[in-house]
Design a binder for this molecule. Sequence first.
Ligand SMILES: NC(=O)c1ccc[n+]([C@@H]2O[C@H](COP(=O)([O-])OP(=O)(O)OC[C@H]3O[C@@H](n4cnc5c(N)ncnc54)[C@H](OP(=O)(O)O)[C@@H]3O)[C@@H](O)[C@H]2O)c1
Length: 261
Amino acid sequence: MDASRNVLITGASGGIGYELAKLFARERNNLVLVARSGDKLAQVGTALQANGVTVKTIALDLAQVPAPRFLFDQVQREGVAIDILINNAGFGALGNFADMPEEQILGQINLNVVALTQLTRLFLPPMLARRSGRIMNVASTAGFQPGPLMAVYYATKAYVLSFTEAIANEVHNSGVTVTCFCPGPTHTGFGKRAGNDQSRVFKQLGAMNADKVALDGYRAVMEGRALAISGIHNWAVAQSTRFAPRKMVTAISRWVSEKAE
Ligand SMILES: NC(=O)c1ccc[n+]([C@@H]2O[C@H](COP(=O)([O-])OP(=O)(O)OC[C@H]3O[C@@H](n4cnc5c(N)ncnc54)[C@H](OP(=O)(O)O)[C@@H]3O)[C@@H](O)[C@H]2O)c1
């Protein structure tokens, strides 16, 4: 791959996606940035162009089922070959599953699972044909255990983890790498949207800053690692779930999602 690549990042208007976009822009990669809010994306685009790179912004709700196909077609029409795809857009919602509005449940599945899978399926074959490319799917440390009070979110991230590690194996030695990146709790707009910003996990256990997390993600994708967990403490927690009884792991997972005193 030459120095100037085309990088597509979903969820780049804020949080981890924005920090990733800054890192790729600094390394002089051209960007295609996607999120719902066109205004925020336009501001981000203008700021990042100061690095002397081309930034294209596409305002799109990826939870709408035709959106990933629309995005792929749009990029194809403009003749942009995507060298690096970062499936970062995602959201969670706190609450008992039985009370959760159907729209929130399906919204999480459509964005975190369906859009990510479809974009991977659409952009991977051209990369394989060129024998060059990188995909990074952003999962979460939530993917390593069940999550009472955020049951759907945790399950979507378990899907991303399993799916991505499997695809990484399938493309081994193809010239293309697929990376599953797992941040732990991170200070972004995520907690407010999820409604868990007052939970123990954010208030008592400590969250990382988005720029540090993004740097870990950037390194992981550029090294072509199949799996990377941001933060040594998050790595240790993820490992511990493999040996502890599942009932206990699930109970602890509920405890961290509950509101801090
Ligand atoms: N923050 C954490 O504690 C944490 C921990 C582990 C994993 N993660 C994962 O990290 C990723 C990034 O999250 P973040 O923490 O940076 O959250 P964030 O600050 O809320 O940013 C989410 C980004 O995704 C975009 N987005 C949300 N819904 C979208 C949709 N339907 N279509 C297109 N774009 C959409 C948002 O922009 P618009 O609102 O403009 O659409 C925003 O740019 C997510 O996959 C999340 O699950 C986060």
